[in-house]
Design a protein around this ligand. Structure first.
Ligand code: C5P
Length: 224
């Protein structure tokens, strides 16, 4: 059967990765969380004390670092590795969320990530979630979904996710982070967050994960 590229873009914490993972599992496709890649670059720059405006060092860092995904045999999940080490927990922490959008505006960072993402999807049969998948990484994706949800709902979901990982964060701080990231992501010059003209809109405020997954799978059936 023909293998597709499924692009799921949208605002922070509206259920993109949960939906994308379930869609990939249902279809037997690979799943790539592109946000994890930008988070890994941020972690690398912070750990190596590289300033976000030090372009020569950033370019060297992009050359030196290795971002990969490894399947965890126990959970079946794809985990992000930086230079061979699983760094899933660190990249999800608030201090990374508070810096990642500033790193993601840097054109050299975007070019390197987009190139790697295009390589990962060249055989198709992939679900990728992010901000610019349907517009820049795979403008020819057969299925494009743009997800949104109201800010309060998104913040509550994010707070729950962080709590599950043992990080207690005030709702106000999460709302501030989501709003700031969405603003920076939508207004940057290079591949900003925006809905591709041919993407279908999915508002997840009042629907369940199963309904989100069914919605995407229906689009896939229509595209096959
Ligand atoms: O998806 P997640 O919330 O983990 O993404 C973290 C950040 O990475 C986003 O706020 C955005 O700044 C950046 N990002 C991006 N392009 C993508 C995916 C994520 O700029 N394709």
């Amino acid at each position: 059967m023909q293998k597709l590229v499924i692009a799921i873009d949208g605002y922070s914490s509206c259920g993109k990765s949960t939906t994308a993972k379930a869609v990939a599992a249902a279809l037997g496709y690979a799943y790539i969380d592109t946000g994890a890649m930008y988070r890994a670059v941020t972690l690398y720059l912070l750990e190596n004390k590289i300033a976000f405006d030090d372009l020569p060092r950033i370019e060297q860092a992009l050359h030196d670092m290795h971002i990969t995904f490894k399947r965890n045999r126990r959970t079946g999940r794809n985990e992000l590795c930086l230079d061979g080490q699983v760094r899933e927990d660190e990249i999800r922490q608030m201090y990374i969320s508070n810096n990642v959008s500033e790193v993601s505006v840097i054109p050299a960072v975007r070019h390197a990530m987009v190139r790697q993402q295009q390589r990962m999807g060249r055989k198709r049969g992939i679900v990728m979630d992010g901000r610019d998948i349907g517009t820049t990484v795979f403008p020819d994706a057969e299925v494009k979904v743009f997800m949104t949800a109201d800010t309060h709902t998104r913040a509550l979901r994010r707070q729950e996710e962080l709590a599950e990982k043992g990080e207690q964060v005030e709702l106000e701080a999460i709302i501030e982070n989501l709003t700031k990231r969405d603003y920076i992501d939508s207004t940057r010059a290079e591949s900003p967050l925006r809905r591709a003209a041919d993407a279908v809109l999915l508002d997840t405020t009042h629907i369940t994960i199963d309904e989100q997954v069914d919605f995407v799978l229906e689009r896939v059936s229509a595209a096959l």
